[in-house]
Design a protein around this ligand. Structure first.
Ligand code: SF4
Length: 410
């Protein structure tokens, strides 16, 4: 039987090298890993091999983490990127009722709020004035929303900050906007693009399996609708992120299915900018308190999801993000050594994870990001939303001298 690792053994993986760990691995796990490290292409794995890796424990899990770190170095270099951004959640009123969400409120609760498009614009302007390049705009879905409210937000933000990148509206919000306006999906997305929408968050994915979705949220868009919104957006030239929520009721097979689906969509459209594993924050959620979900991911699950994503998505989606707001600093650093290469956004005003019980805070300054990245032995770099502009934040000569780092870049 496979031995489960103690926490200290698991946390020791960054000190291991592949030649040291490889002889201890199951033959099939070793062969699968060597295949991807040689080709730098996760598509060379069969589904059975992917499932084998997803089930790895003990030494096999250590091997997966070490191999993922190797692949990260080969595919994304030693930079750790981040984007200076602000989250704007324009309302917390929502009728959808996801059981994993502690952010939403019913319309008659005492602490509801609703921002006008102009108020959203003002928040974007404040962020621009302190150096943000992106606003990430999502919110609850209230009944009776003005049909063109999402368009009006875009107009209000672009009016006061024409250069701001607008990363906004989950596929669930897009489906709601289509319902409110009666427009065809592609016409609606093009209309949003014409009014300033730059990219979509690939959220509302959770687990893309309708049986699991029914447990998490009966009113949420279906897997087919999520895929349709994403494919249509990419077809309209609107790129998106991709996500997976782990640590609740799902199995490792769901992880594999989702990663393979995202990989397939990427091969068709090339529209994903990154993959973001989102650990379930359980504390203040119905899903946990009704005894339906486990209490969030274990350390092994956090590390395994990031590593598995790096391996299975290798060559297709090469940016794997750590969602620092759901993890603490130490765990974020470990995930950066298990395949991740991006720290996400500085996120002024993060509300959603905080309400669910996450304690990592609402904002990390660019300077703090830089220190955390240097402590992890990597090179900090500010990026734009689509990774097309990367700005290393410290002089390379100083950095190499101070940190004894090899300058390896993607
Ligand atoms: S996750 Fe989004 S859609 Fe679901 S209840 Fe919360 S705010 Fe509403």
């Amino acid at each position: 039987m496979t031995r489960l690792l103690a926490q200290s053994e698991l946390e020791s993986f960054p000190n291991l090298e592949w030649p040291e760990v490889a002889p201890r691995l199951d033959v099939g796990v070793r062969a699968a890993m060597e295949q991807v490290m040689e080709t730098l292409d996760g598509a060379t794995l069969t589904r059975a091999q992917c499932l084998l890796l997803a089930g790895s424990e003990g030494d096999d899990l250590l091997g997966l983490l070490v191999a993922a770190n190797h692949l990260r170095r080969e595919l994304s270099g030693n930079l750790v990127t981040y984007v200076v951004n602000r989250n704007i959640n324009f309302t917390n009123v929502c009728f959808v009722g996801c059981k994993f969400c502690a952010f939403s409120r019913g319309p008659r609760e005492s602490d509801t709020y609703f921002l006008t498009p102009e108020q959203v614009g003002q928040k974007a302007l404040q962020a621009w004035e302190v150096g943000a390049t992106e606003v990430c705009i999502q919110g609850g879905l209230p009944h009776g929303l003005p049909p063109f409210y999402y368009r009006d937000i875009l107009r209000a933000v672009k009016k006061v900050t024409p250069g701001m990148h607008i990363h906004a509206f989950s596929p669930m919000e897009i489906v709601y906007g289509v319902e409110l306006t009666g427009m065809a999906l592609d016409d609606y997305l093009r209309m949003l693009k014409d009014n300033g929408l730059d990219t979509l968050p690939g959220t509302a994915a959770e687990i893309l399996d309708d049986d699991v979705r029914f447990v998490l949220s009966r009113n949420k868009l279906t897997t087919e609708q999520w895929k349709q919104v994403i494919r249509t957006a990419h077809g309209c030239g609107i790129r998106s992120t991709s996500t997976l929520m782990y640590g609740h009721v799902e199995t490792t097979e769901h992880w594999v299915n989702q990663l393979l689906l995202l990989r397939q969509i990427q091969q068709e459209t090339g529209g994903f900018t990154e993959f973001v594993p989102l650990g379930f924050v359980h504390r203040n959620t119905l899903l946990f308190h009704q005894g339906i979900a486990r209490p969030g991911p274990t350390l092994a699950e956090h590390l395994k999801v990031h590593a598995l994503a790096r391996v299975l998505l290798a060559g297709a989606i090469n940016n794997i993000q750590v969602s620092w707001v759901k993890l603490n600093c130490d765990l974020s650093r470990l995930c950066l050594q298990a395949g991740a290469n991006d720290y996400g956004g500085t996120l002024m005003e993060e509300n959603i994870s905080r309400e669910a019980g996450a304690t990592a805070g609402q904002y990390t300054s660019p300077e703090d990001f830089q220190s955390l990245i240097l402590e992890a032995g990597r090179i900090p770099a500010e990026r734009n939303t689509t990774y097309s502009k990367i700005n290393i934040k410290l002089p390379l000569e100083d950095l190499v001298a101070e940190q004894s780092l090899e300058p390896e870049f993607a």
